[in-house]
Write a protein that binds this ligand. Structure first.
Ligand code: SAH
Length: 426
């Protein structure tokens, strides 16, 4: 395999900050972006988009409302309030928005209820499956044509859905395909929830492979990871309302366990603190990817606002408030962030903040279109993991699913092919 010569544009490894940590002599690749142009602000820094561009609002949906608001809305339609619960049962328990299936409701009001409270939100454009059928990537079109993806994965004993929280992403991380396209808009609460309901429907119909037993009627998504498109904490209120619907008991919500829901962030520090104070014990993941500001400034542009230490302090605060062990995500990129001294520095920074509060999930980089970076070598991965474990930090290499269908972490982006498929359907 020939390597792009520019990818080898190596400079000496930036000196590790502490005397006892020594550079190992491995090269230091800098995160230059090629194959695409990183958007810059007026001062020439990578553009960060926090505000959602204004677009037509998605139609209001049952899942956007609290149980009380649902009753009011049903009354507004001129119907008795108790119909709200019946409708919620269809949606959150039977995963249906199809009036024809709601046989417990008088035929003449079904259309009215469905039309008023269960408008279509996600149109399936495309579905890709792995050979074994145990991983499925959905491409959805939203009401305004924006495209988002979710990825459904069966593991032994659990079914995980990776959901999107924004169409596109404004965080501009150069190694993530989603960030390269910029932020289209925030997703609504119901658009987030609907991804789960649609996945549950497919599972109940037996559409998710990888299991021998024939009866799928009791199966459903057990775990959610906010690791699809978007920065969940940049769409805070809608994401939290979606989480509330996920954990509310059926039929008010999906009756899921908060612990099975992972919120992953690039490190929006004030929002992490707010999340810690919510009193909903979701699992928290920080996408760190570098323990030193020098490199993280370039890998995670939001590091220009909140530095490594601030992000780690916020993660520690999350642990203190919730008692939930925090995950540190770390994509291992060859000669970029996988140096042994960085493993040591990471361990040191985590241990400084106490023991037993955190674990590290390194994940070999997944290829993204136009990217010149590659995943770390097996040896570098093992060494990285070993050093952290030796320092007392539980560390497990995460194996990502769905690479063959471009459904793995950092690979979710609407391609021109997707746009064409969507246009052909419209
Ligand atoms: N914006 C949030 C959630 C979406 S990304 C966040 O960044 O945490 C989910 C995870 O995939 C993050 O840890 C992200 O850093 C990681 N990721 C992004 N691009 C990747 C790539 N090319 N290979 C491996 N992991 C990647």
């Amino acid at each position: 395999m020939t390597e792009n010569p520019r990818a080898r544009e190596t400079r000496p490894a930036s000196a590790p900050p502490k005397g006892k940590l020594r550079a190992t002599g491995t090269p230091q690749v800098r995160p230059t972006t090629e194959g695409w142009t990183q958007k810059k602000d007026a001062e020439g820094r990578p553009l960060l988009q926090f505000a959602s561009p204004k677009r037509g609002k998605p139609p209001l949906h049952l899942a956007d409302l609290t149980p009380t608001e649902r009753i009011e809305k049903v009354k507004e339609l001129g119907l008795p309030g108790f119909r709200a619960k019946q409708l919620a049962t269809h949606y959150f328990r039977h995963y249906t928005s199809d009036a024809a299936q709601m046989t417990d409701l008088p035929a003449d009001i079904r259309e009215q209820l469905v039309g008023g409270l269960l408008p279509p939100l996600l149109t399936e454009v495309r579905r890709l499956e792995t050979d074994r059928g145990d991983t499925i990537k959905f491409l959805w079109r939203l009401h305004d044509g924006a495209l988002v993806e979710s990825v459904l994965m069966r593991y032994p004993g659990r079914i995980t859905l990776c959901v999107s929280s924004q169409a596109g992403c404004g965080m501009n991380c150069p190694f993530c395909a989603t960030g390269q396209a910029g932020l289209t808009r925030n997703m609504s609460t119901a658009e987030i929830v609907e991804q789960i309901v649609r996945a549950n429907r497919l599972i109940a119909e037996g559409g998710l492979g990888g299991k021998k037993a024939d009866d799928h009627s009791m199966e459903r998504v057990s775990n959610i990871v906010f690791m699809g498109m978007g920065e969940p904490l940049a769409n805070y209120n809608r994401v939290m309302d979606a989480v509330r619907s996920m954990v509310a008991p059926q039929p008010d919500g999906l009756g899921m366990s908060a612990r099975g829901i992972t919120v992953s962030t690039v490190g929006l520090v004030p929002a992490i603190k707010k999340l810690a104070d919510e009193g909903i014990p979701v699992t928290f993941a920080l996408s760190l990817h570098a323990p030193d500001d020098h490199l993280r400034d370039e890998l995670i542009p939001v590091n220009s606002k909140w530095k490594v230490d601030e992000a780690l302090d916020a993660a520690r605060y999350y642990y203190e408030k919730t008692g939930r062990r925090v995950s540190i995500e770390y994509a291992l990129i060859k000669d970029m962030n996988d140096h042994a001294w960085r493993a040591d520095l990471l361990a040191e920074k985590l241990n400084e903040r106490g023991r037993g509060w955190v674990h590290v999930n390194p994940i070999p980089l997944n290829p993204t279109p136009g990217s010149i970076w590659t995943s770390s070598t097996r040896e570098a991965q093992n060494e990285f993991v070993r050093r952290l474990n030796d320092a007392g930090i539980p560390t497990t290499l995460r194996d990502t699913r769905g690479k063959e269908i471009d459904g793995a972490c950092g690979q979710l982006v609407a391609t021109t092919e997707d746009e064409a498929a969507s246009a052909a359907m419209a």
